[in-house]
Design a protein around this ligand. Structure first.
Ligand code: FE
Length: 350
């Protein structure tokens, strides 16, 4: 998957790119009422995008923001009376939970099936990834890339004793990552791996992803496990201290060797709510999110990678380099998350 793009693309006027998306042009001819969007994302860029969608389609967007699990619970509680048409959230495990809770409906869309790679959407069409993030190893650029660390499995190698900083096992980012290890290697190898990672920790798990790589220049750990967008956000921060931290940090994409499965990625995704009164408008909205211009704005709002192959990548992300991603379906590692957590906790990963 090529990640480096010509900067020219980003310089093209927005209107050109919007008109280039056939779904949008088609949608312009129809009138569509309103959709209610339940979103756990809260970026100004997302709002701009929703306004552009309204201008293109005539469909108004009512935005209801909240924590992902609260939004899922709210839709369940509202039942048949729920005004929700679209749910947007981060992490495949949460999207899988929404599907499991029965609050999403399967949709068929040629646009989505052709633009969103198969590994980043529910095979039954309950949810579709609209941007993605890689969960990588970060290291001190002053020390250079760690020798002997090329795979996520290597994090258990005794040569990295006392070096790793990572957040708690129960966070969805870690259960999704461990769910992908479980899918690749089975339960016994995953438990041995988790024990090795715990033995290699520089300190007990604490804080969020940013705190892990911030601890590198602070001298508390040599290696950090984190999502790429946190570092992308720091690299483009208005605060000089943040940019100084980001400059110290190198990104190591994992499992890139020939024949290896590729780097684990997680997603932000969207699905049509089962009780939606405007499923047509909801589908068009999610399709809109996959247009090249929308992909650029939506992904960059959180410094994520677009899911659509021809959408531009922010230069701060492109600077990390290219990588090949694990083709395991996001729904599969999400389904493994509960078992992965039990394994990690048995291994002593708090
Ligand atoms: Fe996050």
């Amino acid at each position: 998957m090529p990640l480096r793009r010509s900067l020219l693309r980003t310089l093209l006027p927005a209107a050109t790119l919007l008109l280039a998306a056939p779904a949008i042009a088609q949608a312009q001819q129809q009138q569509g009422g309103e959709i209610a969007l339940y979103s756990s994302r809260h970026y100004d860029t997302d709002r701009e995008l929703y306004e552009a969608f309204t201008r293109e389609t005539g469909i108004r967007v009512r935005l209801i923001e909240g924590d992902a699990d609260q939004l899922i619970q709210r839709i369940r509680t509202e039942g048949a009376n729920s005004p929700a048409d679209v749910l947007i959230t981060v992490d495949a495990a949460r999207l899988a939970r929404a599907k499991e809770a029965g609050i999403l409906q399967p949709i068929r869309s040629q646009v989505l099936e052709s633009r969103v790679p198969a590994n980043l959407r529910d095979p039954e069409g309950h949810w579709f990834g609209v941007s993605k993030r890689a969960r990588v190893v970060m290291y001190d650029r002053q020390a250079g890339p760690p020798a002997g660390l090329t795979r996520v499995e290597d994090l258990a190698d005794p040569r990295f004793r006392g070096q790793i900083c990572v957040r708690s096992a129960s966070h969805p980012y870690n259960t999704s990552l461990a769910g992908s290890v479980l899918a690749a290697n089975g339960p016994e190898a995953t438990e041995a791996w988790a024990r090795g990672v715990v033995a290699n920790m520089a300190r007990p798990p604490q804080g969020g992803d940013r705190d892990q790589f911030r601890a590198i220049p602070a001298g508390q750990c040599k290696l950090a496990i984190s999502n790429t967008y946190y570092l992308g956000g720091m690299a483009t921060s208005p605060r000089a201290e943040d940019r100084a931290v980001a400059e110290r940090i190198g990104v190591l994409f994992l499992n890139q060797g020939p024949g290896d499965r590729g780097q684990h990625v997680n997603i932000s995704g969207a699905g049509v709510v089962r009780t939606s009164r405007n499923p047509e408008g909801a589908r068009r909205f999610i399709e809109y999110l996959t247009s090249p211009r929308a992909q650029e704005i939506f992904a960059v709002g959180n410094m994520e990678y677009p899911v659509v192959a021809d959408a531009p990548v922010h230069p701060a992300l492109a600077a990390f380099g290219n990588f090949r991603e694990d083709q395991l379906n996001a729904g599969q590692y999400a389904a493994n998350a509960a078992e992965a957590l039990r394994i990690m906790q048995r291994a002593g990963w708090r």
